[in-house]
Design a protein around this ligand. Structure first.
Ligand code: PLP
Length: 387
């Protein structure tokens, strides 16, 4: 069968592949502890789920406006105003089925053949995949353990050329759990304005922060007009399956993204959006309790990993991933991850699924119970002693 050549530019997401392999082992009767997939193991808060169900019962099951329901766009603009300290109007908000389409649409709207987009490596694998798909050139910006998994401004400067159109940021970061500092953001803002490029700020983990405060580049002087904020409900409100996310951007860009949506999804599910309004405007008790539980697990997983001979792990500042160094074993991280799946019954990812600079590390999601995390660490310890 022949397919269009552009498809060869797309990569997949390692987490979904690893999940499939783990499920295949489970089908053979093996017990697997899942630390591979990045989804909260909590239920959607009941009042949010009820709002979705009530919307279905009330017949909110038809097409809605392409960029999102006015109620939700308004709630998002107000929420971002409260949490980022920068004012947005509903016309600057686009609601999408999950946050991922914002990555796709923004890159499709901004990157043409030969245009360069700088992205964090290791990083979410969709960034460079979609840049290539759009005919652009992805430029990897290394995040190194020595710099607490942040990039240096000198490394960023060295990658900027007259073709640089876009810089992608992700803080708190998947897979490293690192966060950009206010000084980093100031340096980025200066470069973005000097060299006239856009910034796509993936803030999907902005509420899952353990140390310090979250800051968005959009809040800096001169940055709102060149920043796209990506956020959504998947992580903060444990709503991965509802498929609800959004982007905030200058109105002129929002109009182009609306055109891309008309040509693809038409609109986001209407009843899902009512659940989103309830999530943003209602009590935050469940979301906050979830974050506190992640904080306790973070300690468990980081202390546990550091107790395994040959493994070292930094304390992530946000998100729900640990990114331990396994270089001492002298094997690729994928070999270590495969061994752990088969020998320890623990599913995790090799860091190279997040880019070349992720080699030598594993990504473990701690969106699993404390009991399972403790069990996973014990099983890893026993298996790695024989590796
Ligand atoms: N951005 C990052 C960094 C992510 O880790 C994810 C999900 O794993 C997304 C975006 C996409 O989120 P959603 O499930 O809302 O599409």
């Amino acid at each position: 069968m022949e397919f269009a050549t552009r498809l060869s530019q797309l990569n997949t997401e390692g987490a979904f592949e690893a999940l499939t392999r783990a499920r295949a082992l489970e089908a053979q009767g093996r017990q697997i502890i899942h630390l591979e997939i990045g989804e909260p193991d909590f239920e959607t808060p009941p009042h949010v789920a009820e709002a979705g169900i009530a919307a279905i019962r009330a017949g909110k099951t038809h097409y809605g406006p392409t960029p999102g329901l006015p109620e939700l766009r308004e709630a998002i603009a107000a929420y971002i105003g409260r949490t980022r300290g920068v004012a947005y109007s509903p016309a600057e908000v686009i609601v999408t089925p999950g946050a991922k389409p914002i990555i796709f649409y923004v890159i499709m709207a901004l990157i043409g053949p030969g245009d360069e987009a700088i992205y964090p490596d290791p990083g979410f694998p969709i960034y460079d995949s979609v840049v290539k798909f759009a005919g652009g050139v992805p430029i990897a910006l290394p995040l190194t353990e020595e710099q607490d998994f942040r990039f240096s401004l000198d490394d960023l400067k060295a990658r900027i050329t007259p073709r640089t159109k876009l810089l992608i940021l992700n803080s708190p970061h998947n897979p490293c759990g690192s966060m950009l500092t206010p000084a980093d953001l100031m340096g980025i803002a200066e470069l973005a304005q000097k060299h006239n490029f856009w910034v796509l700020s993936d803030e999907i983990y902005s509420r899952i922060v353990y140390e310090g405060e979250f800051h968005s580049p959009a809040a800096l002087v001169g940055m709102k007009e060149r920043t796209i904020i990506l956020d959504g409900f998947s992580k903060t409100y444990a709503m991965t399956g509802w498929r609800l996310g959004y982007g905030l951007m200058p109105e002129a860009l929002a109009e182009q993204i609306t055109l891309l949506m008309v040509n693809t999804t038409s609109c986001t599910a209407t009843f899902t959006q009512y659940a989103g309004v309830a999530a943003l405007n209602g009590p935050q008790t469940e979301a906050e309790a979830m974050i506190e539980e992640f904080r306790a697990r973070r300690k468990l997983v980081v202390d546990g990993l550091n107790s395994i001979p040959g493994v070292t792990c930094r304390n992530p500042a946000g998100a729900f991933y640990a990114f331990p160094n396994v270089k001492s074993f002298g094997r690729t991280a994928k070999t270590v991850a495969d061994y752990l799946l088969n020998e320890a019954g623990v599913a995790c990812l090799g860091g190279a699924s997040f880019g070349q600079y992720g080699e030598g590390y594993l990504r473990l999601s701690y969106a699993n119970s404390r009991e399972n995390i403790e069990k996973a660490i014990e099983q890893m310890k026993v298996a790695l002693a024989k590796f």
